[in-house]
Design a binder for this molecule. Structure first.
Ligand code: C2E
Ligand code: CA
Ligand code: CA
Length: 409
């Protein structure tokens, strides 16, 4: 895990009467109030002027961080106050990637704030804020933004406190009907919000560079568990298991990730050929860079798999250019198999084309015996889905490996 990223975030607790920051100081981070209360004041002609009181859920100190100006006010705790720290990087990363309308909104908010403050201070250059964007739109944007930033700060903490759990979903070798490997799927066991699905927090992590430490954490955890599963597997003798690990576009774009992953595997004494790196085809990376990355992964000994094939922008033309080992057919193609002859034909066509490209074929979303029988007849290599097993804890995997899958769905 990248400590510098994880430790950059954090929380602070102030006792009543303690100062968070003083007017005129350099601004290096902002805060979200988790509990407690802050009194915000400023100075005008030597007099202290009360500006407002901020409470749970409010953000404080963000303005100076955004425009790199010194603090324009003083913040003092008026009760015991607990704060989440938001670093300059978190804010600026967001803003630099925000769409132009959001950037404009931020600018308007900043201008309004500055001019509002000037008028409090009685300065000559005070000008009224222009009502370019309705206040409720601004408020909604701010509250949504704060929610996300809070979640992001919490995700950093979760990483440090090991609240992220990795579950493992079995993949069935279609021929032998034995478990051949697993896919590592991350869960966030949030202390207050309960389990948060990866659909929510992985997207958030991907919007920031947080996906890099999250991804490395999952990678390390999954490799360690694969070594642990070997023991259970050896009693049963199914042959070496593999581990599929999801790698997001941002990790592919980060030259460090693959190198760090390789050194982790070497340190563990794990054969990298047992690791399948699952990438999805995004618009954000060009095909040339993707090909280079796959070649590098191969040089380091990893296998590479294309996830969610058939959705979004992936096409057979692209598939044919990528030096892949495996392609996973998205579960959308399985959903209507039972009732819809055209779905069956579509799947048959895709499988035939993929076979021509010589990739290993995995089918996701296998929920019923009928699904399994259908892809068995099509001679697909691996099956993944609730019929074979849901994502499960590492200890449930050990049991599964000893007992074998129960395919009576
Ligand atoms: P994915 O890689 O396509 O993973 C398969 C998803 O389908 C998982 O959802 C899995 O629980 C679900 N699934 C498996 N079998 C069935 C089935 O038979 N029926 C149905 N309806 N669903 C099934 P999950 O765990 O919620 O993960 C969602 C997505 O989040 C993943 O989709 C993957 O894109 C992403 N994700 C999860 N963990 C990680 C991670 O560690 N790193 C990255 N980059 N992405 C991750
Ligand atoms: Ca996947
Ligand atoms: Ca998938």
């Amino acid at each position: 895990m990248n400590d510098s990223v994880a430790s950059a975030a954090g929380s602070r607790v102030l006792q009543s009467g303690q100062t968070l920051f003083n007017e005129g100081e350099a601004a290096d981070c902002a805060y979200i109030i988790e509990s407690g209360e802050l009194t915000i004041t400023t100075h005008s002609e030597g007099e202290e002027v009360f500006l407002c009181t901020l409470r749970d859920g409010d953000i404080v100190g963000e303005m100076g961080v955004i425009d790199r100006a010194p603090r324009t006010a003083t913040a003092v705790a008026s009760a015991e106050t607990s704060l989440l720290v938001i670093t300059r990087n978190q804010l600026t990363e967001r803003i630099s990637e925000a769409d132009p309308i959001l950037k404009l909104l931020i600018k308007i908010l900043l201008d309004r704030y500055r001019s509002g403050l000037s008028s409090v201070k009685g300065e000559m250059n005070a000008r009224p804020g222009e009502e370019l964007v309705p206040a409720d739109v601004v408020a909604e944007y701010v509250s949504h933004g704060i929610d996300k930033m809070r979640l992001e700060a919490e995700l950093k903490q979760a990483l440090r406190q090991r609240q992220l759990q990795v579950f493992y979903q079995p993949l069935l070798d279609v021929d032998s009907r034995t478990v051949a490997g697993f896919e590592a799927l991350t869960r966030w066991d949030h202390p207050n919000r309960g389990a948060i699905s990866p659909g929510l927090f992985i997207t958030l992590a991907e919007e920031t560079s947080l996906i890099v430490p999250v991804g490395l954490y999952v990678f390390e955890e999954a490799c360690n568990k694969l070594m642990a599963f070997d023991e259970a597997e050896q009693q049963h003798g199914q042959g070496p298991l593999f581990m599929s690990i999801n790698v997001s576009a941002r990790q592919v774009a980060d030259p460090e990730f693959i190198v760090q992953a390789a050194s982790l595997v070497t340190n563990l004494g794990l054969d990298p050929a047992r690791i399948k790196l699952e990438i999805t085809e995004g618009l954000s990376i060009d095909i040339g860079s993707t090909i280079n990355w796959i070649n590098q992964a191969h040089d380091l000994g990893f296998k590479v798999s294309l996830d969610d094939f058939g959705t979004g922008y992936s096409s057979l033309a692209t598939l044919h250019k990528l030096p892949l080992d495996t392609a996973k057919i998205d579960q959308a193609f399985i959903r209507n198999l039972e009732h819809d002859a055209r779905s069956r034909e579509l799947l048959r066509g895709i499988v035939n084309l993929m076979r021509g490209l010589g990739v290993e074929i995995v089918v996701e979303g296998i929920e019923t015996r009928t699904h399994l029988e259908f892809i068995t007849a099509l001679d697909c290599n691996l099956a993944q889905g609730y019929l074979i097993g849901k994502p499960m804890t590492a200890s449930a995997v050990t049991e599964l490996l000893v007992e074998g899958p129960n395919l009576t769905g």
